[in-house]
Design a protein around this ligand. Structure first.
Ligand code: HEM
Length: 380
């Protein structure tokens, strides 16, 4: 049925195809003869092939639209600065040269710095802080409050003068503000960003960064005052090594005798306040670009930032420990709050200092502040 339907169409179509085939066979050589010859037309002068050392202007002629020399110069501007009319350090360097910072792969310096920050300082610093908090929580759970085994006598010794307490208070307040704002800047995106959302977190981080920059110089000044104020009683003395080797008697039934500050406090002073404190302050002032006569290149800022962030994490560990012991040693915070400690406290925690006070070698009262109400000054 179908065959009979199409039969009338089949014959003319076949004839047309045959005719087309014959025409192509006959005309093919003619078409081939008419195709243009290979190569440029007569009179065409080809531009010279591009050379790697060409300037961008030369390249625009040799290969219009190809900006490779320009981008090569951008990439190598860390080796040889490009031209710029902008004044200031390193303005002709768009991409720093290749380098390797401790812990990074070989990469352009900005990328190497980013690797150190994101793959070392942030994860290891954060882990260190969490380990410290967990460790002191376990310590508190197992040991609880420290000392206070001897009843108070009601006789007071001046532990800190008003000046010493004021220096300590300003320094401690500045440190806490720096610590909180620094922690939000470094780790906030992990624990605050998901809670607050990008807009609120952005504003908070910006506000805390500004606070950090303002409080930094206050911390710097108060740190120097604290160092000068407390240095003389933090020099090593006989008995400190014994205190350290026995860990202050932490696992015995009484504390190892110490002078006004025990060896643990001296370690906090020299390692935490003096070394880490001055490094944090020095690097912080550099980051704030407050130290004159320094060329603040990106390399300087990257190195400074890595030192500052690593030192800040270590300082946090030291001062979390310091604050913990200050708060959980019964009576210690009273010495800082009122300026006075009980004779019993002095004997329990700083026996050699207590003996010196009792022997009259150190005055029981150094400033004119009155002894807290209901108490008597200690007698030599
Ligand atoms: C909220 C934070 C802080 C608290 C609660 C705190 C608490 C205390 C307490 C209770 C004492 C007296 C210890 C004793 O009588 O032997 C003390 C001493 C001291 N604190 Fe703090 N402190 C804090 C932050 C800081 C900071 C940030 C620094 C320095 C960067 C610092 C440096 C010192 C120094 C130098 C001493 C004298 C002991 C020594 O020289 O080793 N404190 N602190």
């Amino acid at each position: 049925m179908m065959r009979s339907l199409f039969r009338p169409l089949f014959r003319p179509a076949a004839a047309a195809l045959l005719a087309l085939g014959l025409a192509l066979a006959a005309g093919g050589p003619v078409l081939a003869q008419q195709a243009p010859a290979a190569g440029p037309p007569a009179g065409f002068v080809a531009p010279p092939p591009p050379k790697p050392e060409e300037s961008n202007a030369e390249r625009a002629k040799s290969q219009p639209g190809n900006n490779a020399p320009f981008w090569r110069a951008v990439r190598e501007s860390g080796e040889q600065a490009g031209y710029t009319s902008l004044p200031g350090a390193e303005k002709g360097t768009l991409i720093q040269s290749f380098t390797q910072y401790p812990g990074s792969r070989v990469a352009t310096a900005g990328e190497a710095w980013r690797q150190v920050r994101n793959q070392i300082i942030i994860p290891y610093g954060g882990a260190l802080l969490i380990i410290t908090l967990v460790a002191i929580a376990i310590f508190y759970w197992r040991v609880g409050m420290i000392g206070g085994h001897v009843p108070d006598t009601g006789r007071k010794i001046e532990r800190f003068t008003p000046f010493e307490r004021a220096a300590h208070a300003v320094n401690a307040l500045a440190f806490v503000l720096l610590a909180l704002s620094g922690v939000v800047m470094a780790f906030g995106k992990f624990f605050l960003l998901p809670v607050l959302g990008a807009t609120l977190f952005g504003w908070l981080a910006y506000a805390l960064k500004t606070l950090h920059n303002v409080v930094g110089p206050l911390f710097a000044v108060s740190l120097v005052i604290v160092i000068i104020t407390f240095i003389k009683d933090n020099f090593p003395r006989a008995g400190d090594l014994r205190w350290l080797l026995r860990m202050g008697g932490m696992f015995g039934d009484h504390e190892i005798p110490s002078h006004r500050f025990n060896a643990g406090e001296k370690v906090v002073f020299w390692a935490g306040v003096f070394l880490l404190g001055l490094l944090a302050v020095g690097s912080g002032l550099l980051l704030d670009q407050l130290i004159p006569n320094i060329v603040y290149t990106r390399g300087v800022m990257q190195l400074t930032h890595m030192v500052h962030a690593a030192v800040a994490c270590l300082m946090l560990v030291v001062f979390i420990g310091h604050i913990y012991l200050g708060v959980t040693t019964r009576g210690a915070i009273d010495g800082m709050r009122t300026g006075y400690c009980d004779e019993a406290w002095a004997q329990e925690h700083h026996e050699l200092w207590y003996n010196d006070v009792k022997a009259g070698r150190i005055p029981a009262q150094r400033s004119g502040t009155p002894v807290p109400q209901g108490n008597k000054p200690a007698q030599a």
